[in-house]
Structure formats: C-alpha cells, structure tokens
Write a protein that binds this ligand. Sequence first.
Ligand SMILES: [Zn+2]
Length: 51
Amino acid sequence: MNEWKCSNCGYVVSAEAPPGDTCPSCHEKCSWLNVTCYIPDCAPEGVDKRL
Ligand SMILES: [Zn+2]
C-alpha cells in the first residue's frame, strides 16, 4: 500500500495506485505525490540501515 498526497489540498489517501486526475477531497485536478516514505512509520522491515 502506498500513500498519495494531493498536490492541491494536501489530502492523503492510502491506495496501491493514485486515485486519478481528480482529488476526492477538493475535486480539483491535481497530481498525486507519493509520500509513502515520508510518513513516520514507513521504516522498511528487514532492511539493515547500516548497509
Ligand atoms: Zn485535493
């Protein structure tokens, strides 16, 4: 699952793929930013950060 953020209003949705051209929150055309790795609990499991 990925986290997508509306470039227009900042609405964040969790989905495999971005919801489309139109944001369900602000109903504006927007581009979806993949913010999956910018959320605090995103740390990948089983990956040694020292490597
Ligand atoms: Zn929006």
